[in-house]
Design a binder for this molecule. Structure first.
Ligand code: MD3
Ligand code: FE
Length: 210
């Protein structure tokens, strides 16, 4: 599916599992605005390498924005200066996340942070669960910008069947309810050159963490 076929058609509404909705192309109408907001966040809070739970650097680069309450909770005594750099969540991103949540059946969603992942050729994300948020009754919303990836969506144990889902520029995923604790990951990114993001894929995840 390319840019023009998305713009010419309605975004999709695909139920992957109970509580997991894929809305392809939903972010396309505002993609430039969203990417500009991402660039502002990155200039206020520079990308850093994510680290594994055991402290090893990963190839995916990350940054965050969000409320003061959110960064207080994420405040890391080892690097307090980092948490203080969190800029507020841009209104345009918050408004869009709320609209996505309503559309996917989670009108009660109250995100307080947007976590940004940046992938380049070869960057992968191993299968994992998102278990650090405070309220697991709240969904997670994900927006993909830039290069496409193969997203892996599994069950509730690391082993077992995994669905492969192509995520492209402008796609939105909403995860909540019974799918909230599914294992998920990203296959190594293929090299490419995207007109908006160049050699990168950005993934924005909206969460309530405080
Ligand atoms: C499925 N990021 O930052 S977002 C992460 O594409 C992360 O960058 C991926 O996993 C990425 O933790 C995936 C989509 C996503 C987010 C949360 C989920 C899928 C999920 C929670 C449960 C099940
Ligand atoms: Fe995750």
């Amino acid at each position: 599916m390319n840019l023009f076929s998305h713009l010419a058609t309605e975004p999709t509404h695909e139920d992957l599992f109970a509580g997991a909705v894929l809305m392809r192309g939903l972010a396309l109408a505002q993609d430039a605005e969203f990417f500009a907001a991402v660039e502002r966040i990155i200039s206020a809070a520079p990308l850093r390498h994510a680290t594994t739970p055991s402290g090893l650097p990963m190839s995916v680069m990350v940054t965050d924005c969000g409320t003061e309450r959110a960064f207080e909770r994420r405040w890391d005594p080892a690097s307090p200066q980092r948490a203080r750099l969190w800029p507020p969540m841009p209104r345009v991103l918050l408004d869009f996340a709320l609209r996505c949540a309503v559309r996917a059946g989670f009108p009660e969603f109250k995100p307080d942070t947007c976590h940004i992942n940046r992938y380049q050729a070869g960057t992968r994300l191993g299968l994992h669960q998102d278990r650090h948020e405070i309220d697991l009754s709240q969904p997670i919303i994900s927006i993909s910008l830039g290069l496409e990836c193969t997203f892996l969506l599994g069950g509730f144990e690391r082993t077992g069947e995994v669905k492969r889902i192509l995520l492209e520029h402008g796609d939105v995923l909403v995860w909540g309810g019974p799918s909230r604790m599914r294992f998920h990951g990203v296959k190594p990114l293929k090299p490419g050159d995207h007109p908006m993001t160049g050699p990168y894929r950005y993934n924005l995840t909206f969460r309530k963490i405080a």
